[in-house]
Design a protein around this ligand. Structure first.
Ligand code: SF4
Length: 249
């Protein structure tokens, strides 16, 4: 009987990369690694630029040298298209959809889950998916589908810290871990202050694009996250810079 197909879900974060490294180290079956790239617009990735460089410049070439086939998925929809699309029904009909909601992100649904689901439809029913969930993430481990989703990190007793060390030792730790402990789009409403400050300091072009979106009139919401407009965050960072300049003078 033919064995099922084994596929690793990969975001190129430490846990999913460590799972692939463990698969190779222990001779686990692995047919391909699937990565879904969210796009800001047709040309700009949703990945933080340092992570994007790491993915395409370091991680994919390294995995391919190990014999891992990489499948890159992208939705035909982008963040900007979702943002600028108009509501078609209800009391907000005609308004610009605006920023995705915290905890109910339309980008996650349309630009990540949908392309993966579409891809999975063409796979055999008995496919086994390796997921990057560590031994110390018990709640997430309990939610795994029996037999169809496997955590190699749990199988080999790897905590998140072990995953970090394995990636670091292998030269496959994304540089984003220098300023954040989570992966995600650079325009994510769940982004922490340090991530936003990084974007403001190092990627003013991307920051400017968010400010331009904030300025679009007729939006369903002005809020970028639960409490703030993007322009509020911009004002806070500007003030911080002014205060720092004054303190240094
Ligand atoms: S990282 Fe944030 S913005 Fe990107 S899909 Fe996930 S929740 Fe949405």
């Amino acid at each position: 009987m033919e064995r099922p197909k084994f596929i690793a879900s990969c975001s190129f974060g430490k846990d999913s990369l460590a799972a692939i490294l463990l698969a190779k180290e222990h001779g686990e079956p692995l047919d391909e690694a699937v990565y879904c790239e969210v796009m800001f617009d047709k040309d700009i990735s949703g990945e933080v630029p340092e992570h994007w460089d790491f993915i395409y410049g370091t991680a994919i070439p390294a995995l391919e040298r190990m014999g891992v086939k990489i499948v890159v998925l992208r939705s035909e929809k982008t963040y900007v298209e979702l943002f600028t699309g108009r509501v078609t029904r209800g009391s907000k009909k005609g308004m610009v959809r605006s920023f995705p909601l915290c905890g109910k992100c339309a980008v996650q649904r349309d630009c990540k889950v949908r392309p993966i689901e579409r891809y999975q439809k063409n796979l055999p029913a008995d496919v086994v998916q390796y997921v990057g969930i560590a031994q110390d993430e018990q709640e997430r481990l309990l939610r795994l589908e029996d037999g169809r989703q496997v955590s190699l990190l749990a199988k080999y007793n790897f905590t998140e810290q072990d995953a970090w060390q394995l990636c670091e030792k292998s030269g496959l730790l994304s540089p984003v871990y220098a300023f954040t402990d989570r992966g995600g789009c650079w325009f994510c409403p769940n982004a922490k202050r340090a991530e936003l400050r990084h974007l403001y300091d190092h990627h003013p072009d991307l920051w400017g694009r968010m400010m331009a979106l904030q300025a679009i009139p007729g939006k369903t919401t002005e809020k970028f996250n639960r409490t703030q407009r993007f322009s509020d965050i911009d004002a806070i960072f500007r003030q911080e810079d002014e205060d720092a300049a004054q303190a240094a003078a």
